[in-house]
Design a protein around this ligand. Structure first.
Ligand SMILES: NC(=O)C1=CN([C@@H]2O[C@H](COP(=O)(O)OP(=O)(O)OC[C@H]3O[C@@H](n4cnc5c(N)ncnc54)[C@H](O)[C@@H]3O)[C@@H](O)[C@H]2O)C=CC1
Ligand SMILES: O=C(O)CCC(=O)C(=O)O
Length: 416
């Protein structure tokens, strides 16, 4: 089945959620409840800009379902943020937490803004204003924010400080992805990429392709894409293409990833420094073994899916592939590791951060990485087995694995 608007990420998610719940034997009312977040707050945030004017920003916080526990998920600062996207992102967080068996439901936030055009002072005021606006519905045992597109540890630090002022107590478990000195976890900054790297190794194993020497293409060179490129480079894979919002770089013999990491700006931009570039569209169709979309939604569609040459696609980004493209890729025998499985490393280490904050005892990076690896591999095999035994695509298999915990908690609480 295809959605009326293939690029509407909420409608696409609702289609697969319904398919997953039906296969698990849940009722119409469970489908009706879980197809939308239980709560979404829209906020208006006035910020005194550097030029003396006041600009009013719009933001959102969506909480999908809290039957399992507090809701959890990142905050995105981006010009294209909208209510539909935030709702879908909160549902995906439920699925990620479900696959990893975390004691959370899904949440997500976003503010319509362009941090690339704002000063540090303006960004700080916006981050603080957003927390003031959502403070009634968030908290260490209610809903726990984290970084996402164009937000980082510094933004988390401002948000934590604002929350501590409002609540008059220091509560590091209010937010994750913080700087280490404010109670952050070792390994959180690289966690999403590390998780994706583990998924690549599992997927390549299924395809019988060695990681060393595998040709990898990564779309997006921000938190997820840049660290992933480095992990691939260090593992002996050949990263032949990378990209950012400005364009893409390609070298069939492999790009100098450490050099690109040195040159990239704080928003994951680097290709603007080079003359010889290709487009993002060309990048996605390069001849390679592994393709990793690590930027934004709706990049792989029914238009380009027939031309993709990768054997394995591992979705670091949320929602990079439409449903119709998923069908085409699956029919073509390409192994697709879907976002709600592949990008779970971030929220898994966020959970570790929250646990460490609650117990006041902090783990070594090796401990974090080992625990992350075990959980990611377990998630992969759980989803892969459902995919094989039920003969369904990897996305539907991941949704079945991911939604079960929330549906069961909802039923046992007697809500449905
Ligand atoms: N940061 C995290 O912990 C997690 C991130 N994700 C997902 O990974 C994706 C990337 O997130 P981050 O790396 O954190 O963001 P980021 O803001 O650090 O980097 C985004 C990258 O994508 C590029 N980009 C933006 N628009 C583009 C376009 N139209 N075409 C090509 N490239 C474009 C940017 O130039 C930048 O290199 C998002 O979908 C995000 O939701 C998923 C799980 C956790
Ligand atoms: O670390 C977290 O809590 C959430 C990360 C996130 O927003 C995501 O996985 O999309």
């Amino acid at each position: 089945m295809t959605s009326p608007d293939a690029t509407n990420v909420l409608e696409s998610t609702q289609i697969v959620i319904e398919q997953a719940l039906r296969r698990l034997g849940y009722s119409d009312s469970m489908v009706e409840l879980l197809r939308e977040p239980m709560r979404i707050l829209t906020v208006r945030i006035p910020v005194r800009m550097d030029d003396g004017t006041t600009k009013v920003f719009t933001g959102y916080r969506a909480q999908h379902n809290d039957a399992v526990g507090p809701t959890k998920g990142g905050v995105r600062f981006h010009p294209d943020v909208n209510e539909i996207e935030v709702k879908a992102l909160s549902i995906w967080m439920t699925l990620k937490c479900g696959i990893a068996d975390l004691p959370y439901g899904g949440g997500k936030g976003g503010v319509i803004c362009d941090p690339r055009k704002m000063s540090m002072r303006e960004l700080e005021l916006l981050s603080r204003g957003y927390v003031r606006a959502i403070s009634q519905i968030v908290g260490p045992n209610k809903d726990i924010p984290a970084p996402d597109v164009m937000t980082n540890a510094q933004v988390m630090a401002w948000m934590l400080d604002e929350y501590s002022r409002i609540r008059e107590f220091d509560s590091p478990g209010f937010i994750t992805g913080k700087p280490l000195v404010l109670g952050g976890s070792r390994g959180r900054e690289t966690a999403t990429a590390r998780g994706v790297a583990i998924m690549i190794s599992e997927a390549l194993r299924m395809k019988g392709i060695p990681l060393a020497g595998a040709r990898v293409v990564v779309q997006g060179f921000g938190n997820a894409g840049s660290y992933l490129s480095k992990f691939m480079y260090d593992a002996g894979a050949v990263v032949i293409g990378i990209s950012d919002v400005h364009g893409a770089l390609y070298n069939e013999n492999g790009l100098d990833i450490p050099d690109l990491l040195d040159k990239r700006d704080s928003f994951g931009g680097v290709t603007n420094l080079f003359k010889q570039t290709i487009t993002n569209e060309q990048l996605l169709e390069l001849d390679c073994d592994v393709l990793v979309p690590a930027a934004i939604e709706n990049q792989i569609t029914e238009q380009n899916a027939p031309h993709i040459k990768a054997s394995v696609i591992v979705e670091a980004a949320n929602g990079p592939t439409t449903l119709e493209a998923t069908r085409i890729l699956t029919e073509r025998g390409i192994l697709l590791v879907p976002d709600v499985l592949a990008s779970g490393g971030g929220v898994i280490v966020s959970y570790f951060e929250w646990v460490q904050n609650n117990q006041g005892y902090y783990w070594s990076e090796e401990e974090v990485d080992q625990k992350l690896e075990a959980m990611m591999r377990k998630g992969f095999h759980q989803v892969y087995e459902i995919h094989q035994t039920r003969k369904i695509d990897m996305r539907l298999a991941a949704y079945m694995a991911g939604v079960r915990k929330t549906a069961e908690a909802t039923r046992l609480r007697g809500w449905i």
